[in-house]
Ligand binder design. Sequence first.
Ligand code: ZZB
Length: 261
Amino acid sequence: QEYTGIKLKVLEWSGAAKEALANIPALEGKSVYMVAATLRPETMYGQTNCFVGPSITYGLFASNNENEVYLCTMRAARNLAFQGLSLVERNVTKYAEIAGRALIGTKIHAPLSKYPEVYVLPMETVLATKGTGVVTSVPSDSPDDFATLQDLIKKPAYYNIQPEWANFEPIPIINTPTYGNLTAPTICKMKKINSQKDRVQLAEAKELAYKEGFYGGTMVIGDYAGLPVQEAKPKIKDALINSGEAFVYNEPEGLVISRSG
Ligand code: ZZB
């Protein structure tokens, strides 16, 4: 699976992260980027936050750029090391470890987003076994992201967040013939999805949103406004990579053990 690794620059750590990462000399003077794996680089204009799994353990790793440190799961760091993106080829250099829970409330800059500063928020369903364990959130076009944000907005105290961290409206970025310019909110409404816990409906919603966005979508924001998503997608991906805000991140296919041979 080929993803785009989006670099979300840490602007200000949450209180808990500040404490956990104090007194680590290797981090001094360096920029830390949370790395999010996405299949939809053309949606980066609509980022409203980033999600981490509260009980997932993340690491801060030396990258191939001496001024930059990457934050992701250990598993992803190993993949990065085999793709020439670590300090030492094929080797992982870990500076620190931190729980997802401690990252919540960290302020980040998400490239291309209409909102210059957004926050790290919790999502129960982030998989540690996929991508980087960091998920960038586009509620306009991802039903999972929209449903999770609705949960957080309804129960900020329960989820241990400040209401203002989730107070970012979905941004219209892609128009589709069937669902208009807020595809995910529209599908969630049609399917009566009320929470991130509605797993079955959300899986169907995701499938619909992917198909409709890719085959029927037209960009309504950014340098490629007016272009079909199919044409804009590779151009936006290349622009992000050329500006140093993203890189190609490959995920090896899971090992399939065949019983037949
Ligand atoms: C931004 C985005 C915008 C995404 C969108 C989707 C959509 P897939 O298809 O199952 O491989 N993702 C990435 N890593 C994880 C993880 N560890 N746990 C949970 N979710 C993860 O899923 C790939 C997508 O799932 C990625 O692309 C990411 O969210 C999320 F408008 O990035 B995406 C209709 C979907 N729209």
